[in-house]
Design a protein around this ligand. Structure first.
Ligand SMILES: [Zn+2]
Length: 317
């Protein structure tokens, strides 16, 4: 198959050189010979074929790099400024920014859990919206209530608000007209809301918004878990079944399955949130978990992500 492809490419190159481009063949954009060891052929900015020639000339390996994939990224951190400028000018005037955390997530989930979930959700929401790019995720948030557990890094509420306002000023300078913040960690909802209010006063013409209803955010997970027969108490608000399922879908290899154990299992409403924010997580849970991760599966995690993405798309449009 590889040989067939190379022959097809060769034929296309030959056709390009003859000036007679075949209707069904891509045209050659560049051909680079990098020493004796590597050759790069780029066709129509669409496909790059790298031919690596080893010391032993009998052995050749060929790798394909579809340029299409690179060009289709909607993440600012993966793009260069000319492409970002073109995208904004072409109508991609909305930018989403997740506001996650770096904090303990029980004895089984990585500290990046909220940041990763926010990052993935923001990208999927932006992709569905079709006219949006994704800004660099803010991966440290307000996690003071988790500081009793090692690995947690926390910003003061005032710091996070300043960071968000600096993001807003920067992204408006880039040319975005709408900025949407997606908090994926409970402790960030209030500061994100405050920061947005402040920024709106400074930029009355800009559309600055965010999904800042924490109780609604939690309810999305509860409702999704209920469809699988999982109780609210098990689904949990932190490293329980729902968050563990999502992480199994995204980074299953980082989860030691022999550590899945129940944490605080009970009501988790306004009263419990107040206890957590004022006294810290250990006031409710010794292992750092709110919920019970033992029924978590990657399949459920993918379903929860879909649900969350759809809710946010509805909210934003
Ligand atoms: Zn979390």
């Amino acid at each position: 198959m590889v040989i067939g492809l190379v022959l097809a490419v060769g034929e296309s190159i030959a056709a390009s050189h003859r000036g007679g481009r075949r209707w069904d063949q891509p045209s050659l954009v560049s051909f680079e010979k990098k020493g004796d060891r590597e050759q790069r052929i780029t066709l129509d900015s669409f496909l790059t074929i790298v031919i690596e020639i080893s010391e032993n000339a009998d052995h050749r390996s060929i790798s394909l790099f579809p340029q299409e994939k690179r060009m289709k990224t909607i993440r600012l951190e993966e793009m260069n400024w000319p492409d970002i400028k073109t995208a904004i000018a072409g109508g991609m005037k909305t930018v989403l920014v997740a506001v996650g955390s770096t904090e303990q997530h029980g004895p089984h989930l990585p500290t990046m859990t909220d940041a990763l979930i926010g990052d993935v959700v923001a990208e999927r929401v932006a992709a569905k919206l079709g006219n949006a790019l994704v800004g660099r995720t803010i991966s440290v948030g307000c996690s003071e209530h988790h500081l009793a557990f090692p690995g947690t890094i926390s910003l003061k509420s005032a710091t996070l608000k300043m960071v968000i306002n600096d993001y807003i000023d920067s992204l408006l300078r880039s040319g975005f007209k709408k900025i949407v913040f997606v908090p994926s960690h409970g402790g960030n909802f209030a500061p994100v809301r405050d920061a947005i209010d402040e920024a709106r006063r400074r930029h009355p013409d800009a559309d600055i918004t965010g999904f800042t209803d924490l109780m609604r955010f939690i309810k999305i997970f509860y409702d999704a878990s209920a469809e699988f027969g999982i109780s609210e108490e098990e689904s949990g608000g932190h490293a329980g079944e729902s968050e563990t399922s999502i992480m199994m879908a995204l980074r299953g290899h980082l989860i030691p399955l022999d550590r899945l154990a129940p944490g605080y299992i009970g009501p988790a409403g306004e009263r419990e949130l107040k206890i957590i924010f004022e006294q810290g997580m250990p006031a409710l849970t010794q292992n750092g978990i709110l919920g019970d991760p033992r029924k978590a599966t990657a399949e459920k995690g993918e379903a929860y992500l879909k649900k969350l993405v759809n809710c946010l798309v509805e909210e934003i449009t």
